[in-house]
Ligand binder design. Structure first.
Ligand code: HEM
Length: 225
């Protein structure tokens, strides 16, 4: 295969990785804002969360965006694994170890592994909540909405579930610590003034978002309400 063709195709892949990765970052913020409502375990808080969950699963525009999201996750995962295989085939000798770079961290070299762990988490998470919400035949609350709050609260009463959730958020943190700023590089958005700012925003995003996600099951475990 011609070298330029290989390079060309892997550049296109990186471009799509960046676009889908940033779209997933945007989704994380929206998902987090919704999930933070779980911190309010009062009777009104529970009803509010269930009403929100109903809105998010039935409002037509959000449904369309959700399908785009499912597609993006699959595309990003498939593309990412292909890229990792392609990179490995392109350099059978592991010269990277002999050429350490100041910008290289252990997690930047483990994106495919971190992503694959995230994929396992996403599948289990969707089975547990998304599938149950849609087809689980869950009981309804006093306002006639599916009582998703109770399902979530029961899950986070189990220590193993909380530990696995927190560990998955650590995996997400490392994926984002490299991924966020890498996406801008892949899109060719390099600027002497803005690149350092993007790197700092990436570190903030990669630390704060996973910590806030992880806080929710820990809080619900500690204060079952
Ligand atoms: C919440 C879920 C996820 C988010 C927010 C996310 C975000 C990102 C971002 C922003 C990048 C940087 C793209 C670039 O360098 O241009 C990236 C890279 C990557 N992601 Fe994800 N990702 C997620 C899930 C996954 C999953 C499920 C996989 C499955 C394998 C995966 C595999 C990868 C790989 C292999 C790369 C590195 C690509 C490369 O530069 O060689 N990610 N991710």
């Amino acid at each position: 295969m011609a070298r330029s063709a290989l390079l060309g195709s892997s550049l296109t892949k990186k471009y799509w990785m960046a676009l889908t990765g940033l779209f997933l970052c945007l989704f994380l913020v929206i998902h987090l804002a919704g999930n933070l409502q779980l911190l309010d375990a009062s009777p009104e808080g529970r009803l509010k969360f269930n009403a929100y969950a109903r809105f998010m699963t039935t409002f037509p525009v959000i449904k369309v965006v959700s399908y785009l999201l499912y597609f993006s996750i699959l595309f990003h995962a498939f593309d990412g694994i292909l890229l990792a295989v392609q990179n490995r085939q392109a350099r059978p000798t592991r010269y990277v170890k002999e050429k350490p770079s100041a910008n290289r961290t252990w997690y930047s070299g483990q994106m495919a592994l971190l992503g694959s762990l995230l994929l396992v988490f996403i599948v289990l998470h969707m089975k547990h909540f998304w599938y149950e919400m849609h087809w689980g035949g869950l009981p309804l609350d006093s306002e006639g909405n599916t009582d998703l709050f109770t399902v979530v609260a029961e899950a986070y009463r189990q220590p193993l579930y909380v530990v696995l959730y927190v560990a998955s958020m650590a995996v997400l943190a490392f994926h984002l610590l490299h991924g966020f700023q890498s996406a801008f590089q892949s899109l060719g958005l390099n600027h002497p003034r803005y690149t350092p700012i993007i790197k700092n925003v990436g570190v903030f995003f990669g630390v704060v978002v996973p910590i806030l996600f992880a806080l929710i099951p820990v809080w619900m475990f500690a204060f079952p309400g």
